[in-house]
Design a binder for this molecule. Structure first.
Ligand SMILES: NC(=O)c1ccc[n+]([C@@H]2O[C@H](COP(=O)([O-])OP(=O)(O)OC[C@H]3O[C@@H](n4cnc5c(N)ncnc54)[C@H](O)[C@@H]3O)[C@@H](O)[C@H]2O)c1
Ligand SMILES: CC(C)[C@H](C(=O)O)[C@@H](O)C(=O)O
Ligand SMILES: [Mg+2]
Length: 366
């Protein structure tokens, strides 16, 4: 974990889109942490703020305003908090804050959403599952298709009926499957593809296409599960999974389920990647119920920052320093309410960030 000694300073531009409710609380600490680690590696991370979601709607009348689009176009990566909340529950569907999130994902072409589910050893007792079920080193990577499927199909209303079309092309399935197999080949070499091929035509195509892609990766073992069984298997035997490959909606649902196995949804980061710049955000939402109270767990966002340094800027050591610091803070027992069991030190969002910063300073001296 030695710092690279180098005199050339690199500069990267990052669009910082905090979003709504807890958005500001979770991103501000993560930005401070990334700036500090960047500096140690002679990397100048320049964040430019933009509005998205409800903030975009309030500021510019749109959940993904033109001004924000322009900031994104000039950036090397996008760092996002969370969008949505009750304030905008009654706005027209096409202007909902969540629509801004879907639009930015589509605009960036980030078709692959990587959601790593890891159990930190010091959080094993916070999992709702028995320790005998989660084991020691649970490590699952959910590879979720992000810009297709039912989220983006034709939708509408006709009289008292409403519809949302779910469709996938072979090309869309192929490219996400490639990402899953590539990832598996560097991990435990197992892909579980999750679909509903016993009912849905789009899932039948999904399965056929995944099988074709699998032929290129003979060293990776492929299995299939129907989504209802996958939801059950995640709680009765999560250790059977290495990489879970699935569609947009199934991935959304299964990743919230998987996140609590690791203790809390406040722990799960994500990276969304495609051909261009990446988008990094925690998997959780804007948590309106705890916003503004210094209660939110910032770790998922901080770990998303580590993913950004790794995936977008090739800063592997810096990413590891952040991940290690989070681990150390957990080991020392500093906990926000979502991962507090009653015996550790209950602290607020800001203090968690301070504690992580302290660990970072120590690691940077080594
Ligand atoms: N990526 C995103 O921006 C995103 C993701 C999911 C939901 N949403 C939006 O967020 C709003 C609220 O949705 P929701 O309540 O269904 O989901 P949510 O993820 O915001 O919250 C679910 C529960 O988890 C808790 N929680 C979430 N993140 C936490 C954290 N970091 N630390 C501690 N506790 C945390 C919340 O307090 C709440 O009890 C909705 O408008 C929804 O559409 C946005
Ligand atoms: C807010 C919503 C559009 C989003 C999704 O469904 O993708 C969220 O739940 C997520 O998991 O990132
Ligand atoms: Mg979700």
């Amino acid at each position: 974990m030695q710092k690279t000694k180098c005199n050339d300073t690199k500069t990267y531009k990052i669009a910082l889109l905090p979003g709504d409710y807890i958005g500001e609380e979770i991103t501000s600490g993560a930005v401070k942490i990334m700036e500090r680690v960047g500096k140690a590696y002679n990397v100048d991370l320049q964040f430019t703020r933009g509005a998205i979601g409800g903030a975009g709607l309030d500021e510019a009348g749109h959940p993904f305003p033109e001004a924000t689009k322009n900031i994104c176009k000039e950036s090397d990566a996008i760092f996002l908090g969370a969008v949505g909340g009750p304030k905008w529950d009654n706005v027209a569907s096409n202007l909902r804050p969540e629509r801004g999130l879907l639009e930015i994902r589509k605009e960036l072409g980030v078709f692959a959403n990587l959601r790593p589910v890891k159990i930190h050893s010091s959080l094993r007792d916070k999992s709702p599952l028995k320790e005998s079920i989660i084991g020691d080193n649970l490590d699952i990577l959910i590879v979720r298709e992000l810009i297709g499927g039912i989220y983006f199909g034709e939708k509408g209303r006709e009289g008292d009926k409403a519809y949302d079309v779910m469709s996938y092309s072979a090309e869309e399935v192929e490219r996400i499957a490639e990402i899953a197999f590539e990832a598996a080949s560097k991990r435990d070499k197992r892909v579980t593809s999750v679909d509903k091929a016993n009912v849905l035509e789009s899932s039948k195509l999904w399965r056929e296409t995944v099988e074709k892609v699998a032929k290129k990766y003979p060293e990776v073992e492929l299995s299939h599960l129907y989504v209802d069984n996958a939801a059950m298997q995640l709680v009765i035997n999560p250790r059977q999974f290495d990489v879970i490959l699935t569609s947009n909606m199934f991935g959304d649902i299964l990743s919230d389920e998987a996140s609590v196995i690791s203790g809390s949804i406040g722990m799960l980061p994500s990276a969304s990647i495609g051909k261009g710049v990446g988008l990094f955000e925690p998997i959780h939402g804007s948590a309106p119920d705890i916003a503004g109270q210094d209660k939110v767990n910032p770790m998922a966002t901080i770990l998303s920052g580590a993913m950004m340094l790794r995936h977008s800027f090739n800063m592997e050591e810096a990413a590891k320093i952040i991940e290690k610091s989070v681990e150390l803070v957990l080991e020392k027992g500093y906990r926000t309410g979502d991962i507090y069991s009653g015996t550790e030190k209950l602290v607020g969002t800001k203090e968690v960030v301070e504690k992580i910063m302290e660990e970072i300073e120590v690691l940077l001296q080594k």
